[in-house]
Design a protein. Structure first.
Length: 269
C-alpha cells in the first residue's frame, strides 16, 4: 500500500520544505506480531517533489520507525539529529533520488521495537536539521499464537556463537516459520522472535542440517535453505520467499517507471 509522506517543519529553508515531498510504499507481510518479535517488511520511496532527496543506500541512521507521539518529542528528535550527524561524519554513502523517480530497498527488512505493537507508528525518513518525511500511521497487533510447533534447536557455536531455535507458529489462518533467540545477559541479548517466511497450514515441517551455518527446511514438496548467520532465506520458492519476491517485482516496476520519467524529462526542451 502506498503511504503519502508528510514533511514536518524543521530548520531547512522554506523553499526546500515546500519542494520536498514523497510517497512511501510500505509492505508489511503480516499484520500481527508475537511478544518479543521484531516484525519486518519492505519499502519503496517515490520522489514527488521538485528537488532531489538525499537517501542512505542502506539501513543506518536515517530510517526510523517511530510512534506518533515522537513527532513532538524534542529530546528524541535531538537524539536523531546526533545519530544522523554521526552517520554523515563517518562517510556513510548517500545518493540523490531525482524528482519523479522511485527507489526500492532491495531485499531490505525494517524492524521496529516490540513496544510499537498494537500502537500506531510511522516509518520515517530523517533528512537532517529537524526535517522528517513520515508515512501515514501503520499498526500491527500483538497476539497470542494458536499453536507453537518446536522444529529444531541448532547448536551453532562455531559460526554464530548461539543456539538457534526454529519453530512454526500458527495464528488464525496463517502459519509462519520463526527463529527464536534466547536471552543472553552477558552479550546484552534480550531474546525474542524473528519471522522468516509463511508456511503451508497442513504440511509437516522438517528441519535438517545443510552445510555449516545453513539448514534445509522442508514444507511438503517445497525446499528452502536458511542462512543462520545472515538470518535470511537464500533459496526458496516465491510463495515462501515473500520479501525477495515483492522486492524483485516492485524493483522491476520502479525501473520501468523511472525510465518513463527520464524519457519525458529528455523530451522537454
Amino acid at each position: 500500500m502506498k503511504k503519502e509522506m508528510i514533511a514536518m517543519l524543521g530548520l531547512l529553508p522554506m523553499a526546500t520544505l515546500a519542494e520536498t515531498n514523497a510517497l512511501i510504499e510500505v509492505k508489511l507481510f503480516k499484520d500481527w506480531v508475537l511478544q518479543g518479535e521484531s516484525s519486518f517488511g519492505s519499502m519503496a520511496i517515490q520522489n514527488t517533489g521538485t528537488v532531489p532527496i538525499p537517501l542512505e543506500i542502506g539501513w543506518g541512521g536515517q530510517f526510523f520507525p517511530r510512534l506518533l507521539s515522537d513527532k513532538s518529542n524534542a529530546e528524541r528528535n535531538a537524539d536523531r539529529e546526533e545519530t544522523y550527524q554521526l552517520l554523515t561524519e563517518r562517510g556513510v554513502k548517500f545518493f540523490e533520488l531525482p524528482p519523479g523517480e522511485t527507489h526500492v530497498y532491495e531485499g531490505w527488512k525494517f524492524y521496529f521495537p516490540d513496544s510499537f505493537a498494537s500502537e500506531e507508528f510511522m516509518l520515517s525518513v530523517y533528512l537532517g536539521k529537524g526535517f522528517w518525511l513520515d508515512s501515514e500511521p501503520l499498526t500491527v497487533n500483538k497476539v497470542t499464537p494458536d499453536l507453537v510447533e518446536p522444529l529444531a534447536a541448532i547448536d551453532d557455536w562455531t559460526i554464530t556463537n548461539m543456539v538457534h531455535i526454529i519453530e512454526a507458529i500458527t495464528y488464525k489462518n496463517e502459519r509462519w516459520l520463526y527463529t527464536k533467540r534466547l536471552p543472553n545477559p552477558q552479550r546484552g541479548w534480550k531474546g525474542g522472535y524473528g519471522p522468516v517466511c509463511p508456511l503451508s497450514l497442513t504440511n509437516k515441517i522438517n528441519v535438517e542440517p545443510h552445510n555449516q551455518g545453513f539448514v534445509k527446511i522442508l514444507d511438503g514438496d517445497k525446499s528452502m535453505i536458511y542462512d543462520l548467520r545472515g538470518v535470511k532465506l537464500v533459496e526458496a520458492p516465491d510463495e515462501t520467499n515473500v520479501l525477495i519476491k515483492w522486492t524483485r517485482e516492485r524493483k522491476q516496476q520502479a525501473e520501468a517507471d523511472n525510465a518513463e520519467v527520464r524519457k519525458k524529462k529528455a523530451e522537454v526542451p
